[in-house]
Design a protein around this ligand. Structure first.
Ligand code: BEZ
Ligand code: FE
Length: 282
C-alpha cells in the first residue's frame, strides 16, 4: 500500500477549512498552516524540538501581563513587527519612513507648549537636546495642527514605566504645530538601551549569539487631519548598534546628527486617501 505523504497530509488539513464562513480568516489560517508544514519539513523538526517550541511559546504567554507583552517582543526581535509596519505603511517616496511602535508608549501624555521640555526629572537635565523642525505635506507645505506624541528613555536607558525612581510621564509630551508647521521641544540625548532580555524573546536572542540592544532614539507618532499618521523614531547618528538594532528598526533616513545639542528633522506626512481612512476605521 502506498504511504500517505506529507503533501497529501497537508492537502487534507487545508481541505478541512474549505467550508469556513470567514474568507479572510481562512486565507490567513491556511497560509500559516502551509508555511508551518513547509518549515517543519525543511528543518526535519524532531519531536523534542517541537516540544521545546511549545514550551517556549507557553512561557511567552505566561510572561504577558498588563505591563509586559512578551509576544510582541518576540515579534519585534524576529523582524515581524517591522515587516508589518512596512506592509501597512505604503507611504509615497519622500515621506517620513516608519519604524516600530514598541511597547512603551503611554496614552494621555501631557500636552505641552511648543518649546517646552519633556524632562521632568532634574537629575536628567545634563545632556539635553533640542528637537526641532517642520511637519510638511509632500509638496513641502507646512501642516498646521499636526500633533507630535513623543517619548524616550531617561539617561539610565529606562522608560518611566520601567523605573520606580522616575516621575510619571518623565520624557513624554504631546505638541501641536501652529500655522508655520514648526515643532520644537527639549529632551535628553537618547541613549542606547537594552530591551527586556529576561524572557523567552531574550533567550532566543542570546542562544543565537545576538544581543538585545537598541541604538539611542526618540519616539514620535506624528498625525494630522487629512494625512497618514507616521509612527517612527529619530536615531542619534553617534549611537552604537545602528547596524545591529535588536528589533531591526533603523532606516538611514531617520539617523540624525545630535552632536551640537540639537536634532533637526522635518517630518513629511502623506495625504490620507479615502480608501485608507475607511480601512483604518474598519
Ligand atoms: C522601543 O523602542 O521602545 C522598543 C521597541 C521594540 C521592543 C522593545 C522596545
Ligand atoms: Fe524605544
Amino acid at each position: 500500500m502506498a504511504t500517505f505523504t506529507p503533501a497529501q497530509h497537508l492537502q487534507a488539513v487545508l481541505a478541512s477549512y474549505d467550508g469556513s464562513p470567514h474568507e479572510r480568516l481562512a486565507e490567513i489560517t491556511t497560509s500559516l498552516i502551509s508555511h508551518l508544514h513547509a518549515f517543519a519539513e525543511e528543518v526535519q523538526l524532531s519531536r523534542h524540538e517541537w516540544f521545546l517550541g511549545i514550551e517556549a511559546l507557553t512561557r511567552t504567554g505566561q510572561m504577558c501581563n498588563g505591563e509586559r507583552q512578551e509576544f510582541i517582543l518576540l515579534s519585534d526581535t524576529i523582524g515581524l513587527s517591522m515587516l508589518v509596519e512596512m506592509i501597512n505603511h505604503r507611504a509615497a517616496d519622500g515621506t517620513t519612513e516608519p519604524t516600530v511602535f514598541g511597547p512603551f508608549h503611554v496614552e494621555g501624555a501631557p500636552r505641552k507648549a511648543m518649546g517646552d521640555s519633556i524632562v521632568i526629572d532634574p537629575t536628567d537635565a545634563d545632556e539635553t537636546v533640542v528637537f526641532r523642525g517642520v511637519v510638511r505635506d509632500p509638496n513641502g507645505e507646512p501642516i498646521a495642527g499636526a500633533e507630535l506624541d513623543v517619548w524616550s528613555t531617561a539617561t539610565n536607558g529606562l522608560y518611566d514605566v520601567q523605573d520606580a525612581e522616575q516621575p510619571e510621564m518623565n520624557m513624554r509630551g504631546v505638541f501641536t504645530t501652529g500655522a508655520d508647521g514648526a515643532y520644537e521641544f527639549v529632551g535628553v540625548r537618547p541613549v542606547q538601551y537594552s530591551i527586556p532580555g529576561d524572557g523567552p524573546a531574550g533567550e532566543l536572542l542570546f542562544a543565537n549569539g545576538r544581543h538585545n540592544w537598541r541604538p539611542g532614539h526618540m519616539h514620535f507618532v506624528v498625525s494630522a487631519p487629512g494625512h497618514k499618521t507616521v509612527i517612527t523614531h529619530l536615531f542619534d547618528a553617534d549611537s552604537d548598534y545602528l547596524d545591529s538594532d535588536a528589533v531591526f528598526g533603523v532606516r538611514d533616513s531617520l539617523v540624525v546628527d545630535m552632536n551640537n545639542g540639537s536634532c533637526e528633522y522635518d517630518f513629511v506626512l502623506d495625504a490620507d486617501s479615502p480608501v485608507d481612512a475607511d480601512q483604518d476605521t474598519a
